[in-house]
Design a protein around this ligand. Structure first.
Ligand code: BGC
Length: 917
C-alpha cells in the first residue's frame, strides 16, 4: 500500500497509524486511557519547589464523546503500593469532577529532596473506570534556604572588574566509602556554569542557571548523578562564565550589573545503598585554575585557545598542581529557587547550504536559515593557527556580509588550534544570531560538515502546526516559529543578535498568545513573570525589559504585559495560579496608571514608545500612521483595567472586580469624550487607533459597526497595514470580528511593502523588526534599529490559528475545555491544516474547499466538547462521515449563525462536508 499524504491523513485522523502496535481489533471495543500525566506542566520533574504542585492528564479514547465524571489521585513515597492503596501519603478518593487540569495537591506538606510517586484513574460518562495511569513522580528540590549547607565560592579574579578575564575552572575530588543508591547535585552560579562529573557532562542544559532578577530570584538546577558517581574517587568540575551576571549587557557598555565576581554554590547529596547519607558541598577546599576560554561574552562571542586545554581536569585522578584555593563568600540564600522554566538546549543542527567567496573576497558560509546558536567547528591544522568566525544575518545589495545592524555586538569566535588531529569545538557562554558567517584562518576551504549550525533555544514542547495550500504563508509560519525559537532563550527577548537581546515587555505582550499556540510556553512565561513582579518599580511601573537592566518602565502597551501575559496563560492553560501569583503586581500597575491619569481618566503623561515602528511615508500629504500616544495610553489603561475586573472575578475577589469595572467605565466615558467624535471618528485617524478602541470596547455600542466600517475603509483605501507593533496584532482579528475577512486576507497575502509576505520575497527566514528591514530597492533600514529576527509582527500567527484554521477556545471557558472550530476560508487558499496540543490533548482543524464542497476534518480531545461551525447556506447540505448529520445522535445541531451551521459535539474525530447545492 502506498502511503499518500491523503491516506496518511486518513490513517492518522482515525488513529490507525501503520506503525501503531495493537490494532483496534486487539483492543477492547471501548477503551479510555490516561496519557500525559504531568506535574506542574512537566513529566516526572526533579528538583521542583512548588509546595502544592498541580496535576494534569489527558484522556485518550477510541470512541466519541468521552468525558471524565470523576477522578481519584493517589500519592505515595512507595511506588509499588500506589495501586493497592497502602500506604498512601495522600488520596483524593473518588472526586466527582470533570477537571483533568490544574488539579492541586492538597496532601501533607512536602519535604525537601524527596520523591513522590503518583497515579490517577478516572470514571467516564459511559460508566467505565480506567486503569490506574502508569506511575509517575515528582521530586522536590531544596524547599528552604536552610537546606543549603554549601557556601558560595569564588575564584580570585583580577581586581580590575571591568577587564575581560579568562573563564575559571573549579574542581573538587572526593571519596565515597560505600556503594551509592542515589545522588543529587543542587547547583547554581553567579554568572553561568558548565558542569562536568568524572569527566562527563551530566546534562545537556545550557546557559544555566538562566537569567532572572538575580538579587531577588536566582534559580538552582538539580541533576541526578546516580549513574555518574560511585564508591571510590569522584570529581566535580565547573567552568564559570560571565553570562548576564557580570558580562556586558545593554547598549551602554555596561557590565557587572548584578555583582562583580562570578562564583558557584553546589551541594551534592548522596544516599548510600545502606540508607546512610553524605554531602559534598562547595567550601574552601575547592580549587580553581584558568580555562582555555580566554573570553566569552553573550554579545561578543568567544576566544578559545585549545593549546591551553587541561586534559582530564574534571576527572578524580587529576593532580591539582598549581591550582589555587577559592574564596568562600557569604551571600544571602533567600533568593534561591528551583528552576521553573524549560531548560535551554541544542535543539537542531543545520548543515550550511553554501560556502562561497563574496564579491569583496570574504569567504562566507550560508546556513540557509537565520538561526540562533553557534557554529560547531571541526578542524585539522597547526598549533597556534587561528580560525575566526564572524556572524551576521544578511548580505547587502552587493552580496557582501552586513555587520552594521549588530551595532556593538561583535558576534565573533576566535579559535586557536592545538594542532593534534581533528579538533571539534563549540563555544560555551555566548550565542550568535546569524545566517551568514565570515570565516577565516583555514588552510583550505572547509567542507560543509565541518561547520554545522547548532540551534539553541528554551526547549519547549512543540504545540502547534499550521500549513496551507500557499507556500508563502507556510514560509510565514516557518518564520514565526523560527523567530520564536531564536528569541526564547530563557527569557523572551526582542532580538538575538545586536547588543540588546533583552526581555522587552511590549514585544512579549503582543506575541504571547501566538507563542502559546506554537509551543507549550506555560512555564517559560510563568518564570519570566516572576521576575516581572520582582523587578516592578516601587511606584508600580513595570520595567521596559524583564529582567530589568534599564531601571526604567511604565510605557503603555509594554508594561501591560503584566496583565495581558498572565491573562494569556489563563486563557491558554486555565492557569488560575498565575493570576493569583501576579495579582498584586497587576494591581500595582493599574494603580500607577490610575494615579497618573487622575480624575480625568485620560493618561497623558509619562514616556511611551507608542505604536512603535509604525508605517512611515515620504509623501508630504501623509507622513505616516502616527497614533496619538495619549489615545493609546488611555486605551491600554482601559484594557488592563477591563481584564483586571475579569481576573478579580475569576479569583473570587468580587469587590475588586466591581471597582475595576467602575474604573473601566470611567475610562471608557473619558475616552469617548476625548477621542471619539459624535459621528464615530477617532481623533487619530489610524488603523491602530481604531483597532485598539474596538478591541477594548471603547466606542459606544451603537457606533461599533460604523466605526469598524470606517476602519475597514481605511484598510481598503491604503490596501495595506499601516500600524507598528501595537496595532499589528489586532488588525486582522478586528477585521474578522466585524466580518471583513476579505480585507484581512488581503493584508495577509500582500507581497509588497508593507505586508507580511514582503520580507519573504526578500528572502526572510525569520520575522523582521521592521516592515522594510530591506527596502524595495535592496538598501537597508536604519542600522540603529534593524533586526532581522524580531518576533513582534509574528503575532499574526494567532490569527492564522484562530481564524484561518478556526481553532479557538471558548470566550469564557479557558484552556480548550470547550473548543470552537470556526474556520474562515479566503485568500485563494484551497486547504488549511492546523493542530494544537492543548492541555486536554490535541485539537485539530483541517479544511479543504473546491467549487462544489467544503470538507472539514476535526479532532476534539477527550474530556472536552466543541462547537463546530460549518460554512453553508443550508444545514441540509451538510453530512458527517458520509451520513446526514441527523444520523449521529451524539452530534447536536444548534442552528444557523451568520452563514454557518453550528454543531455541538463531544470528543472524537469528525468529517463534515458541506455541498454547494
Ligand atoms: C527593541 C524593541 C522594543 C523597543 C522599545 C527596541 O530596541 O528591539 O523590540 O520593544 O526597543 O522601544
Amino acid at each position: 500500500m502506498k502511503l499518500t499524504p491523503t491516506l496518511f491523513f486518513v490513517l492518522v485522523i482515525t488513529g490507525i497509524c501503520l506503525t501503531a502496535q495493537p490494532s483496534y481489533s486487539q483492543k477492547p471495543k471501548f477503551f479510555v486511557e490516561i496519557i500525559r500525566p504531568r506535574v506542574e506542566y512537566q513529566t516526572d520533574p526533579i528538583g521542583i519547589d512548588a509546595l502544592q504542585p498541580r496535576f494534569s492528564w489527558v484522556l485518550k479514547a477510541n470512541t466519541r464523546n468521552v468525558k471524565q465524571i470523576a477522578y481519584e489521585i493517589r500519592v505515595s513515597n512507595v511506588p509499588d503500593k500506589l495501586k493497592n492503596g497502602d500506604p498512601l501519603l495522600w488520596t483524593t478518593k473518588k472526586v466527582p469532577s470533570e477537571e483533568s487540569n490544574q488539579v492541586v495537591y492538597e496532601g501533607p506538606s512536602l519535604e525537601s529532596a524527596k520523591r513522590y510517586y503518583w497515579t490517577v484513574r478516572i470514571w467516564d460518562n459511559h460508566g467505565h473506570v480506567t486503569d490506574w495511569a502508569p506511575v509517575s513522580f515528582w521530586e522536590t528540590g531544596l524547599l528552604k534556604s536552610s537546606d543549603w549547607k554549601a557556601s558560595w565560592i569564588e575564584p580570585q579574579m583580577s581586581a580590575d572588574v571591568k577587564a575581560v578575564q579568562p573563564c575559571p575552572l573549579i574542581r573538587k575530588s572526593f571519596k565515597l566509602n560505600k556503594a551509592v543508591r542515589s545522588a543529587r547535585l543542587y547547583i547554581t552560579a553567579h554568572g553561568l556554569y558548565d558542569l562536568e562529573v568524572n569527566g562527563k557532562k551530566p546534562s545537556d542544559w545550557l546557559f544555566t542557571p538562566g537569567w532572572t532578577s538575580y538579587t531577588k530570584h536566582l534559580q538552582y538546577q538539580t541533576y541526578d548523578l546516580t549513574k555518574l558517581i560511585g564508591k571510590g574517587h569522584n570529581a566535580i568540575g565547573i567552568t564559570l562564565g560571565n553570562g548576564w551576571y557580570i558580562g556586558e549587557l545593554g547598549w551602554n557598555d555596561a557590565r557587572n550589573l548584578y555583582g562583580s565576581q562570578i562564583g558557584v554554590l553546589a551541594q551534592l547529596s548522596v544516599e548510600y545503598a545502606d540508607g546512610s547519607t553524605t554531602q559534598i558541598v562547595t567550601d574552601e577546599s575547592w580549587k580553581y585554575y584558568n580555562s582555555p576560554i580566554l573570553m566569552s561574552e553573550i554579545y561578543h562571542g568567544e576566544n578559545y585557545d585549545a593549546r591551553l586545554e587541561i586534559p582530564d581536569w574534571s576527572s578524580p585522578s587529576f593532580e591539582e598542581t598549581g591550582w589555587k584555593p577559592v574564596l568562600v563568600k557569604e551571600y544571602n540564600k533567600d533568593n534561591l529557587a528551583a528552576q521553573s522554566g524549560p531548560p535551554v538546549r541544542r535543539i537542531a543542527r543545520l548543515t550550511p547550504v553554501d560556502i562561497f567567496v563574496a564579491p569583496n573576497g570574504d569567504t562566507l558560509l550560508d546556513m540557509g536559515q537565520n538561526m540562533v546558536g553557534w557554529v560547531q567547528l571541526k578542524v585539522n591544522g597547526n598549533p597556534g593557527q587561528k580560525i575566526t568566525l564572524r556572524h551576521a544575518e544578511v548580505l547587502d545589495n552587493s552580496g557582501n556580509i552586513y555587520f552594521t545592524n549588530l551595532r556593538a555586538a561583535k558576534q565573533t569566535i576566535e579559535y586557536t588550534l592545538k594542532g593534534r588531529g581533528k579538533e571539534v569545538y563549540e563555544p560555551h557562554f555566548t550565542f550568535q544570531g546569524f545566517r551568514y558567517v565570515k570565516i577565516s584562518g583555514f588552510e583550505k576551504m572547509p567542507e560543509k560538515d565541518d561547520l554545522a549550525g547548532i540551534v539553541v533555544s528554551s526547549d519547549m514542547e512543540p504545540a502547534g502546526e499550521f500549513s496551507c495550500s500557499d507556500t508563502l504563508i507556510n514560509q510565514l509560519q516557518h518564520n514565526i516559529q523560527w523567530g520564536q525559537m531564536g528569541n526564547f532563550l530563557d527569557v523572551p527577548t526582542d532580538c538575538p543578535q545586536r547588543d540588546e537581546r533583552l526581555g522587552w515587555t511590549g514585544d512579549a505582550q503582543v506575541f504571547s498568545s501566538t507563542a502559546c499556540f506554537n509551543k507549550d510556553a506555560a512555564t517559560f512565561y510563568s518564570k519570566w513573570l516572576k521576575d516581572m513582579a520582582f523587578d516592578q518599580l516601587p511606584d508600580g511601573r513595570i520595567p521596559h525589559v524583564i529582567p530589568d537592566i534599564l531601571k526604567n518602565g511604565g510605557a503603555t502597551g509594554w508594561a501591560d504585559a503584566a496583565i495581558i501575559v498572565p491573562w494569556t496563560l489563563y486563557r491558554q492553560y486555565g492557569d488560575k495560579r498565575i493570576l493569583e501569583r501576579q495579582y498584586e503586581s497587576m494591581k500595582a500597575w493599574i494603580t500607577y496608571m490610575k494615579n497618573s491619569s487622575g480624575s480625568s481618566f485620560i493618561w497623558n503623561s509619562g514616556e511611551h514608545f507608542g505604536d512603535w515602528l509604525a508605517f512611515a511615508s515620504t509623501r508630504s500629504d501623509y507622513p505616516g500612521a502616527t497614533t496619538d500616544k495619549d489615545l493609546i495610553a488611555t486605551a491600554y489603561f482601559a484594557w488592563s483595567t477591563k481584564l483586571m475586573s475579569l481576573i478579580a472575578d475569576i479569583l473570587e475577589k468580587h469587590e475588586d472586580a466591581a471597582a475595576y469595572h467602575d474604573l473601566f467605565n470611567n475610562i471608557k466615558g473619558a475616552f469617548q469624550k476625548e477621542f471619539v467624535t459624535p459621528n464615530g471618528r477617532l481623533s487619530s485617524n489610524t488603523q491602530t487607533a481604531y483597532v485598539i478602541a474596538l478591541t477594548v470596547g471603547l466606542v459606544p455600542e451603537l457606533q461599533r459597526d460604523s466605526v469598524a466600517a470606517r476602519f475597514a475603509r481605511d484598510v481598503k483605501s491604503f490596501g495595506h497595514i499601516t500600524t507598528g507593533f501595537l496595532g499589528a496584532s489586532l488588525v486582522n482579528p478586528v477585521l474578522s470580528e466585524f466580518g471583513y475577512n476579505d480585507l484581512a486576507y488581503m493584508l495577509l497575502m500582500r507581497k509588497e511593502y508593507p505586508g507580511y509576505l514582503y520580507p519573504i520575497t526578500k528572502g526572510a527566514t525569520t520575522i523582521w523588526e521592521r516592515w522594510d528591514g530591506i527596502k524595495p530597492d535592496g538598501s537597508f533600514q536604519d542600522p540603529g534599529m534593524n533586526s532581522f529576527n524580531h518576533y513582534a509582527y509574528g503575532a499574526i500567527g494567532h490569527w492564522l490559528y484562530t481564524q484561518v484554521a478556526g481553532l479557538q477556545t471558548d470566550p469564557i471557558i479557558p484552556a480548550y475545555k470547550k473548543i470552537i472550530i470556526r474556520p474562515v476560508a479566503g485568500g485563494g487558499l484551497t486547504w488549511v491544516r492546523a493542530s494544537h496540543e492543548s492541555i486536554y490533548g490535541q485539537v485539530k482543524s483541517e479544511w479543504k474547499t473546491d467549487k462544489t464542497e467544503m470538507t472539514m476534518k476535526v479532532s476534539i480531545p477527550g474530556n472536552t466538547t466543541a462547537e463546530i461551525y460549518v460554512k453553508t447556506k443550508d444545514s441540509q447540505l451538510v453530512t458527517e462521515s458520509g451520513k446526514p448529520v441527523s444520523a449521529s445522535p451524539e452530534i447536536k445541531f444548534l442552528g444557523m449563525d451568520r452563514g454557518y451551521a453550528v454543531y455541538s459535539v463531544g470528543s472524537g474525530t469528525y468529517e463534515f462536508i458541506a455541498k454547494e447545492s
